[in-house]
Write a protein that binds this ligand. Structure first.
Ligand code: FE2
Length: 199
């Protein structure tokens, strides 16, 4: 796999004032980069080093899994957000959220509640489950939907390093800001469309 840190799809100040430059510099430049560096060290001289990241995630356990999954999760996180994001989804994803959660507000409540209730570190996701339905899930530490037969559509990182500088311990306020101002609905819609096409 390629052990170069994938650049952010926007500048480190592009998500201000909702996520600060300091948060993005630390989160991408130290935490994300740190997982990648640890993974490279763990795989040095091993045949898995030549595999793609998804295969490593699906086949690994222990520290290799933790670091590989965190690289995948963070690459996915950066694309789950966009400058001037938030607002409302359109088209098939809007209809799907209405069907699955009753309304966009119903989805928002489920997403914020699941993220806030995740004890300790983890991730909150919008996924397409193995029956093709939209669901909100939360995973602990580095765990991720592909290990549960689900396809990730969008995610928010609920590790404290994702929000503590900007929101202190107020995880719900961070998740509200994520949905109001940051979430990249176009990315989620494209992922859902691709997930349904593969079924
Ligand atoms: Fe993170």
């Amino acid at each position: 796999m390629d052990f170069h840190l994938r650049p952010l799809p926007y500048g480190t100040d592009a998500l201000e004032p909702h996520l600060s430059r300091a948060t993005l510099e630390l989160h991408h430049g130290r935490h994300h980069a740190g997982y990648l560096a640890k993974l490279e060290k763990l795989l040095e001289g091993r045949p898995e080093a030549d595999a793609d990241l998804e295969s490593i995630v699906l086949g690994a356990s222990g520290a290799v899994f933790d670091n590989a999954a965190q690289v995948w999760n963070h690459d996915f996180l950066w694309r789950s957000m966009t400058p001037k994001g938030g607002g409302k989804p359109e088209g098939a994803l809007a209809d799907g959220l209405d069907e699955a959660f009753g309304s966009l507000d119903g989805f928002r409540r489920a997403f914020v509640e699941a993220g806030a209730a995740q004890f300790g570190s983890g991730w909150v996701w919008l996924v397409c489950d193995d029956a093709g339905r939209l669901r909100v899930t939360a995973t602990a530490d580095a765990d991720l939907p592909m290990r549960h037969g689900q396809v990730a559509l969008l995610t928010a990182d609920v590790w404290e390093h994702a929000y503590y500088l900007d929101y202190r311990n107020e995880r719900e306020r961070y998740l509200d800001a994520f949905l109001d101002h940051l979430v990249n609905w176009s990315f989620g819609a494209a992922n859902w469309s691709a997930a349904r096409a593969r079924r």
